[in-house]
Design a binder for this molecule. Structure first.
Ligand SMILES: *Cc1c(COP(=O)(O)O)cnc(C)c1O
Length: 396
C-alpha cells in the first residue's frame, strides 16, 4: 500500500494482507512449517535464489508482517529477528568490517554498548561514543574509516532527542551510514527514511507487539542496503516463528490507537508529577519544558508512554519503600505493553563521553492503558510511603 496515499491508521488496518485467495482471512493466519515441497524439478529450480525455498527464509505470516512494517515506516525491505537486540547487532555486523570505525551515541541502550565494547572490538571495529546533543558538529569526530553513525532518539533512560537530519547530512557527506534504534519513535511516530536514516531497527517486543508476550526485532532498510543486510541475515540463519509473527501482526493493527492513549495518559500523569515536591525534572520530550522538546516537535508526529522522572536527593530506603508497595505499576525491564511499569535506573555507569549528573534517583515510568486516575492514586500512595520514611529520619 502507498504511504503517500494513506495515513498510518489506514495502513495499520490494511497493510500486509494477502489478497490472492478467494475467501482469504483478514489477518494472515499462522503458517507453520520448515519444509516446502515442489512437485517437479522445474518447480524447484524456479525458486533457486529466492526466499521461497525453505521455512527459515520466511512464510506468508512473517512476510505479511514485514510488508506491513515497511509500508508504515517507508522502508524498502524488512527482516524479522528473534529480539530487538539481535536487530541491533545484526545491522551492525552486516555493515561493519575489521578496521572500520563506528560512532555510537553515549545515550545508547546498554546491551548495544556491551556488544560494541566486546564483540565489535574483538572483530577489529573501533567504537567512539559521542554526546547525543551533537548535531552537525559530529563532523569533528568523523574519521576516514568511519562507516556507521548509530543514533537512538530519544536515548535509553535519559530521553535525549538527537538531531538526526543534521547527523545524517554529515554522515552521508563522509560516505557513512546512519543506523537508528527507533523503538521509542515506533514506525508510526518517526518516519526514519524521510529524516536521512539508512537502517532503522526496532525492539518490536515493545509497542509493535504491544502485549508483553513476544520477543521480536525488526531491521528495515533503504533499497540500496537491502541486499547486503538481507544477505548477512540469511547467512547467520536468523528466523522467527510464524506464531510470534502472527501475534506481532495482530498487535500492530492497534498500534496508533494504543500510542495515542499511552501519550494522553502519560501527559496527564506527567502533569500531576510536576506538582509533587520530590520531582526535580520530567524527561518526556512531548512536554514543552522537557529537554529536546523542540526537536521532537519538529521531527516526530507523536510520543509514547515511556519517560524518565528525576527526583530530588532522597534516601535509598525511601525510594525502595515507594517502589516496593506499588499496586498497579509493575517492576520490570521492558515497556511498550498495555500495562504500566516503574523502574529505578542509573545511567551514570553507562556513560563514557558525557556525564549523567543528578543528586537524586532516576525513575523510568511506562504509562499503560489503565485509567490515569487509578495510576495517579498508585503513585500518590508511593510518594506517601517515601515521605513517611523521610519524616521518620528527619524527626529522629
Ligand atoms: C528493549 C530494547 C531493545 C532490545 O529489545 P529486546 O527485544 O529486549 O532484545 C533495544 N533497544 C531499545 C531502545 C530497547 O528499549
Amino acid at each position: 500500500m502507498d504511504r503517500k496515499k494513506f495515513h498510518s491508521e489506514t495502513l495499520l488496518a490494511h497493510s500486509g494482507r494477502i489478497h490472492d485467495q478467494v475467501g482469504g482471512t483478514v489477518n494472515t493466519p499462522v503458517y507453520r512449517g520448515s519444509t516446502l515441497l515442489f512437485p517437479t524439478v522445474d518447480d524447484l529450480k524456479s525458486v533457486y535464489g529466492t526466499l521461497n525455498t525453505y521455512g527459515r527464509h520466511g512464510n506468508p505470516t512473517t512476510r505479511s508482517l514485514e510488508k506491513a512494517l515497511c509500508e508504515l515506516e517507508g522502508a524498502f525491505g524488512a527482516m524479522l529477528t528473534p529480539s530487538g537486540l539481535t536487530a541491533v547487532t545484526t545491522s551492525l555486523m552486516a555493515t561493519l568490517k575489521p578496521g572500520d570505525h563506528l560512532l555510537m551515541t553515549d545515550s545508547v541502550y546498554d546491551p548495544t554498548r556491551a556488544f560494541c565494547d566486546e564483540t565489535l572490538a574483538r572483530f577489529g571495529v573501533e567504537t567512539t561514543y559521542y554526546d547525543p546533543g551533537l548535531g552537525a558538529d559530529i563532523s569533528h569526530l568523523i574519521r576516514d574509516n568511519t562507516r556507521v553513525v548509530f543514533v537512538e532518539s530519544p536515548g535509553s533512560l535519559t530521553f535525549d532527542i538527537q538531531d538526526i537530519p543534521a547527523i545524517a547530512k554529515v554522515a552521508h557527506a563522509h560516505d557513512a551510514l546512519v543506523i537508528l534504534d527507533n523503538t521509542w519513535g515506533t514506525p508510526v511516530n518517526f518516519a526514519s527514511f524521510q529524516h536521512g536514516v539508512d537502517i532503522s531497527v526496532h525492539a518490536a517486543t515493545k509497542y509493535i507487539v504491544g502485549h508483553s508476550d513476544v520477543l521480536m526485532g525488526v531491521i528495515m532498510t533503504t533499497e540500496a542496503l537491502y541486499g547486503q543486510v538481507r544477505g548477512y541475515y540469511k547467512q547467520i540463519g536468523l528466523t522467527v516463528s510464524a506464531d510470534d509473527a502472527y501475534l506481532a501482526l495482530r498487535g500492530l493493527r492497534t498500534l496508533s490507537t494504543r500510542l495515542e492513549r499511552h501519550q494522553r495518559n502519560a501527559m496527564i500523569i506527567a502533569d500531576w508529577l510536576h506538582g509533587q515536591p520530590e520531582v526535580a525534572q520530567i524527561l518526556y520530550p512531548a512536554l514543552p519544558d522537557a529537554p529536546g522538546h523542540d526537536l521532537w516537535k519538529r521531527d516526530f508526529t507523536g510520543a509514547c508512554g515511556l519517560f524518565g522522572v528525576r527526583l530530588h536527593e532522597t534516601s535509598e530506603t525511601a525510594v525502595h519503600a515507594m517502589l516496593d508497595g506499588m499496586e498497579l505499576f509493575g517492576m520490570g525491564f521492558s515497556w511498550g505493553g498495555f500495562e504500566s511499569l516503574i523502574l529505578l535506573t542509573n545511567p551514570a555507569p553507562h556513560r563514557t563521553a558525557t556525564r549523567w549528573e543528578s543528586n537524586g534517583p532516576l525513575l523510568r515510568l511506562h504509562i499503560g492503558l489503565e485509567n490515569p486516575e487509578d495510576l495517579i492514586a498508585d503513585l500518590n500512595s508511593g510518594f506517601e510511603r517515601l515521605r513517611k520514611v523521610i519524616n521518620i529520619r528527619t524527626s529522629k
